[in-house]
Design a protein around this ligand. Structure first.
Ligand SMILES: Nc1ncnc2c1ncn2[C@@H]1O[C@H](COP(=O)(O)OP(=O)(O)O)[C@@H](O)[C@H]1O
Ligand SMILES: [Mg+2]
Length: 262
């Protein structure tokens, strides 16, 4: 992508989406700057996947606008698709194929001139070279998810969507995937990841957007979110609120039935 592109990688304004009577997105606003990792943090059922599916052109919004890498998801879907990749909650890896075959297959589908070279570079980058010629069915959960992320990078998309990249992984595999995600942003790729894990948002994201009741109810760096809440004094030590405390405080006070805090 040309670096002369200006404006954020993702700009969402007043996005709405209902399933029947259920309003899942109710005026979603979000900006993601280029080359940053933003975590869309929300509980199960908050609408994270719905938002990502709209941004990746798989689903049409009822209202509002979303621009990804300079193209409108509703009217310029093909342009959006050319500059993004989506890694879903359930790995797209073909278990029968080897890691290398999975990667070269994607490269061929994307009409790259040299899929094998691209595959080998990605295998190296995600520490999968030793396992490259084994069937993906023999991979651990972490290896499989790393392969999945590697597959999403074939063709060098400007914007990568990761929908709950570590859900269902054991702690060691989660750390491996976190390293893989960090290496994405280090190479200039913009990453929008969804997560229901506070520690994941805390450790990976440059900025955190909390999705609740269909809209972003708080957004900022961890430090900015912390500044919304005064430190508590515990046994003479000033204790910074954790993201969990911030999340519960915000979400707990966002409902229509919530009482004013004094
Ligand atoms: N195709 C669908 N039809 C009806 N309801 C749906 C559909 N997809 C999602 N939902 C509902 O929309 C809400 C948000 O779902 P989703 O975006 O998957 O949330 P999340 O990814 O944050 O867990 C949930 O209540 C879910 O049951
Ligand atoms: Mg989801």
């Amino acid at each position: 992508m040309p670096i002369t592109d200006t404006g954020p990688a993702i700009r969402v304004r007043n996005l709405t989406k209902s399933y029947g009577d259920v309003r899942v997105l109710d005026g979603l606003d979000l900006d993601v700057e280029r080359g940053t990792i933003v975590a869309l943090l929300g509980s199960n059922g908050a609408g994270k996947t719905t938002a990502v599916r709209i941004l990746s052109t798989l689903l049409r919004a009822d209202g509002g606008t979303a621009v990804v890498d300079g193209a409108d998801v509703a009217t310029q879907a093909a342009r959006v698709r050319a500059s993004i990749s989506l890694t879903g909650q359930f790995a797209a890896v073909d278990e029968v194929l080897t890691g290398r075959e999975n990667l070269t297959l994607v490269g061929r589908l994307r009409h790259l001139p040299d899929p094998a070279r691209v595959a080998d570079a990605l295998l190296e980058r995600f520490s999968l070279t030793d396992a490259a010629r084994r069937a993906a069915s023999t991979y651990s959960g972490g290896m499989r998810r790393r392969l999945d992320i590697a597959m999403s990078l074939v063709g060098e998309p400007a914007v990568v969507f990761l929908d709950e990249p570590t859900t269902g992984l054991d702690p060691q595999a989660r750390l491996e995937v976190w390293d893989a995600v960090r290496s994405l942003a280090a190479s200039g790729t913009t990453v929008l990841l969804t997560t229901q894990y506070l520690d994941e948002a805390e450790h990976l994201a440059d900025r955190i957007a909390i999705l609740h009741a269909g809209r972003i109810i708080a957004e900022g760096t961890l430090a900015e979110l912390r500044a919304l809440f005064p430190p508590t004094t515990v046994e003479y030590v000033e204790k910074q609120p954790t993201l969990e405390e911030i999340f519960l405080a915000i979400v707990g006070s966002a409902g229509p039935l919530a009482e004013e805090e004094s």
